[in-house]
Design a protein around this ligand. Structure first.
Ligand SMILES: [Zn+2]
Ligand SMILES: [Zn+2]
Length: 660
C-alpha cells in the first residue's frame, strides 16, 4: 500500500534525521548528506512519490542508495525504522532547540545532557533563571542572546519568505486561468500585498460554475492534501507545506471577493466603517444597502469607487494612513519595476558570484537595465573570496575590456561591497575606495553587538566620504533571523545628512530595508537604492521583490537612485567625488561615531542642516568632537584609521567618469 507523503513531509523527515544525528554527535558527512537530500526533495518540481513510481529516485541529485531505500520504506510503509531508532536515543523536541539562533548542536547537546532540557519552554525557563551560565563556554551574555533568539523564533514560526512562495503562487494562478470557464484568477492575501513573509496562500477566481474549478484545483501537482471542500471554497495543503484556499464566485462579484481576501484585516475594518457611514455594509459578496438590495462589484475599482475612493494599490492596504490619503487625493504613485534603470550591488566570479562580469552585464542588459555596478566583496570577508587592492586593479582592467565589448549604450561601473568591520572601520583604505566608481558598505559580521556599538559602527561607515550606498542596512535574514539592533532614526538622519543612499536589498531572504523603514527613511530625507545583490545571472529577477517592498513603504521613483538615467547617476557620483575632494576632513570626522552614540541616546544636539541639503556630516562631526564620550564603542572607533582627506585633483582622475 502506498503511503501518501508530500515532498515537504519527506524533506522534513530527512532534515530531522540530520538534526538528530548532529545532536548525537555523528560524523559530519552523513549529516550533510541527509540535509542535502532534504533540500533537493523540498525544492523538487515534481512529487517524489511519482518519481519513485517511475523507478527514478536515484536520478534525484543528492539521493544515493541509502536515502533512496529510506524514501521507498517511507512511501510503502509510512514509517522509517532508522528514524524510530534515532528518536528513541534522542528526544525529538531537541530538534526544535536547533532553530534558536546562536544555539548550535553542541550547545543543544550540552543543555540536554547536563541540565535535562528537551523543550523550548524548558530552555526559556532555564535561561531566565540564570541556569545556563554555569555550563562550559556559556555566560550571562549567551543567556540573553538565547532569550532574544527564542522571541524571534516565536514571531517567525510557520511563515515562508515571499520569494519562495511567489513562483508557486504564480504557477497556480497560471493553471487556474487556463481552466475553461475561468474569467479571472488572482492570488490575494499577504502575497499580493508584497509582505516579506507569507503565512498561507489565497486564490480568487471568477467563474459562473465553481465545480469544475474546484475539481481541477484539487488535482494540481502542487497539492499534497485536501483539507476541505465546498461550493465556494476549497482548502488544501501544498507540497511546500503552505495551506492554500481557493474561493470562486461569479464574475459580477469578483471585485468584492478579491478586495476582501487581499486584506489587510485592518484596512478592511476601515473600509467597512466608511461603508457604514454611507448606509452600506461591505462583505466578500457585495455591498449591501439598508433596504437589502445589493451593489455588485466586478472589479476592485468598483468597490473603492462605491465608497468614494480611488483604487488603492494592494501594497498600501495596511491601515497606515492610505485611506485618509486616498480621500484627500494624496495617494502616492509608488515606484514600478519598469522604473529601474540600474543595479548597483552585484557580485561576479571575482568574489563569490556565479557569473563572469560579461555574463552579469549581459544579463542586466537583457533585464532592461542601462547600468550595472560590479561590487564584489572586500578582502576581509575571507569565505567569500574577497578582493585585495591588487585584485581590484586587475578587475578594473577586465571591467574596462567588457565595457569596450558592450559599447557606449551600457555603463559598467567598478564598485565594491566593502566590509564594515567589527570596530567600525572599513576593510579598504580611503585611497583604495577613492579609486572606485561606487562604494557599497555593508555589515555582515558581529551583528549581535549591542545597540550603541553597532549603531556607532554604521554611522562611522555613513560618514566615510567614500561610501555611496549602505547595503542591506539591518542585516536581517528571513524568515527568522533578526537584523542588528540599530538605532535606525540616527542611521536615517546621518544618511540623509551625508547624502548616502540606503539600500532595499531585493534578495527574498533579505528585503532589507523593510517597507516600513524605507518609508521612514524617505520621510527623513534619505535617498534609497533598490539592488538585487545578484550572485548569478538569474537573480536579476529578484528586483520585483525589492520594488514590492518599496511600494509597501510608499516609495516614489524619484527617491530611488536606480531610477535615474545613467547620466544623472554618473553626475551624482561625480558630484559626490568633487565634494569629498573639496572637503578636507580632519580626523575628528571619524570620531563622529561618538556623536553617533550620543545621538542614539537622544542627548546630543541635532545638526541643524535640513536633511535634503545633503552636505557631508560636518555639523555632527563638530558637535561630536566637542562632546567626546567614554563609551567603549566610541573609544574604539576613535582609534580607527582616520578618514584621510582626498586631494581634490586626484579624485576623479583615475576613474571611469573622466574616461568617458
Ligand atoms: Zn552583503
Ligand atoms: Zn552583496
Amino acid at each position: 500500500m502506498v503511503h501518501y507523503l508530500s515532498n515537504k513531509e519527506l524533506a522534513d523527515i530527512f532534515a530531522r534525521i540530520g538534526d538528530l544525528l548532529e545532536i548525537k554527535g555523528d560524523v559530519i558527512y552523513k549529516i550533510l548528506a541527509y540535509r542535502k537530500a532534504a533540500d533537493t526533495i523540498r525544492d523538487h518540481a515534481r512529487p517524489v512519490k511519482d518519481i519513485w513510481r517511475e523507478g527514478g529516485l536515484r536520478d534525484i541529485p543528492g539521493v544515493g542508495q541509502a536515502i533512496a531505500e529510506k524514501i521507498e520504506e517511507l512511501l510503502t510503509t509510512g514509517k522509517l525504522a532508522f528514524l524510530e531508532k534515532l528518536q528513541a536515543e534522542v528526544p525529538a523536541s531537541l530538534t526544535e532547540l536547533l532553530q534558536v539562533p546562536d544555539l548550535g548542536p553542541k550547545r543543544v547537546s550540552l543543555v540536554w545532557k547536563k541540565l535535562g532540557i528537551t523543550t523550548l519552554a524548558d530552555l526559556e525557563r532555564a535561561a531566565r533563571a540564570g541556569e545556563l551560565r554555569g555550563l562550559p563556554g556559556m555566560g550571562e551574555k549567551s543567556e540573553s542572546k538565547i532569550l532574544i533568539g527564542i522571541e524571534s523564533l516565536k514571531r517567525a514560526t510557520g511563515r515562508m519568505p515571499l520569494g519562495k512562495a511567489w513562483p508557486v503562487a504564480l504557477e497556480i494562478v497560471r493553471m487556474l486561468r487556463a481552466i475553461p470557464g475561468v474569467i479571472a484568477a488572482e492570488s490575494a492575501g499577504s502575497l499580493r500585498r508584497g509582505r516579506a513573509t507569507i503565512g498561507d496562500l489565497d486564490f480568487i477566481v471568477a467563474a459562473a460554475d465553481s465545480r469544475a474549478v474546484m475539481a481541477t484545483f484539487m488535482t494540481l501537482p502542487q497539492v499534497a492534501r485536501v483539507l476541505g471542500q465546498g461550493p465556494t471554497k476549497t482548502s488544501v495543503v501544498l507540497e511546500n507545506g503552505l495551506q492554500a484556499d481557493l474561493r470562486v464566485l461569479p464574475p459580477e462579484r469578483y471585485g468584492t471577493l478579491l478586495q476582501y481576501f487581499t486584506g489587510s484585516k485592518d484596512h478592511n475594518v476601515r473600509l467597512r466603517e466608511l461603508a457604514q457611514a454611507r448606509g452600506l455594509s461591505l462583505s466578500e459578496h457585495a455591498l449591501l444597502r439598508e433596504d437589502g438590495s445589493e451593489i455588485l462589484c466586478a472589479t476592485e475599482a468598483d468597490v473603492y469607487r462605491a465608497l468614494g475612493l480611488p483604487l488603492i494599490p494592494p501594497e498600501l492596504r495596511e491601515d497606515r494612513g492610505e485611506i485618509q490619503a486616498a480621500r484627500e487625493g494624496k495617494l502616492p504613485r509608488p515606484i514600478e519595476l519598469r522604473d529601474l534603470q540600474s543595479d548597483l550591488h552585484t557580485h561576479s566570479t571575482w568574489s563569490d558570484g556565479k557569473g563572469s562580469i560579461l555574463e552579469m552585464a549581459q544579463a542586466a542588459r537583457l533585464n532592461g537595465l542601462k547600468c550595472l555596478a560590479v561590487t564584489d566583496h572586500s578582502q576581509g570577508l575571507g569565505v567569500t573570496n574577497g578582493l585585495t587592492p591588487e585584485r581590484l586593479r586587475s578587475q578594473r582592467r577586465e571591467i574596462d575590456a567588457v565595457q569596450g565589448q558592450l559599447g557606449p549604450g551600457f555603463v559598467l561601473l567598478q564598485g565594491t561591497e566593502v566590509e564594515i568591520r567589527a570596530d567600525g572601520t572599513l576593510d579598504f583604505t580611503d585611497d583604495v575606495l577613492g579609486d572606485l566608481d561606487l562604494v557599497v558598505a555593508s555589515l555582515h559580521t558581529s551583528l549581535s553587538q549591542d545597540r550603541e556599538r553597532v549603531t556607532a559602527r554604521m554611522l562611522n561607515a555613513i560618514r566615510n566620504h567614500n561610501v555611496d550606498i549602505i547595503g542591506h542596512p539591518t542585516g536581517r535574514r528571513l524568515p527568522n533571523r533578526d537584523g542588528a539592533d540599530l538605532d535606525l532614526e540616527a542611521v536615517f538622519k546621518a544618511a540623509a545628512e551625508c547624502g548616502v543612499a540606503l539600500e532595499i536589498n531585493s534578495n527574498p531572504e533579505r528585503l532589507d530595508l523593510d517597507g516600513m523603514y524605507a518609508r521612514r527613511a524617505v520621510e527623513l530625507g534619505c535617498l534609497l537604492a533598490i539592488n538585487t545583490d545578484a550572485h548569478a545571472v538569474d537573480w536579476f529577477d529578484h528586483a520585483q521583490f525589492g520594488v514590492l517592498t518599496a511600494r509597501r513603504g510608499w516609495v516614489t521613483a524619484d527617491r530611488v537612485i536606480n531610477t535615474w538615467s545613467s547620466e544623472k547617476l554618473l553626475a551624482w557620483l561625480d558630484e559626490r567625488d568633487l565634494r569629498r575632494g573639496a572637503s578636507s576632513r580632519p580626523p575628528e570626522v571619524v570620531a563622529a561615531s561618538a556623536g553617533a552614540s550620543a545621538a542614539a541616546t537622544n542627548d546630543a544636539p541635532r545638526p541643524s542642516a535640513a536633511p535634503k541639503t545633503a552636505t557631508k556630516g560636518k555639523p555632527a562631526a563638530k558637535s561630536a568632537a566637542k562632546k567626546p564620550t567614554t563609551k567603549p564603542a566610541a573609544a574604539r572607533a576613535t582609534t580607527a584609521k582616520p578618514a584621510r582627506p582626498k586631494p581634490a585633483a586626484s579624485s576623479p582622475s583615475k576613474k571611469r567618469s573622466t574616461k568617458r
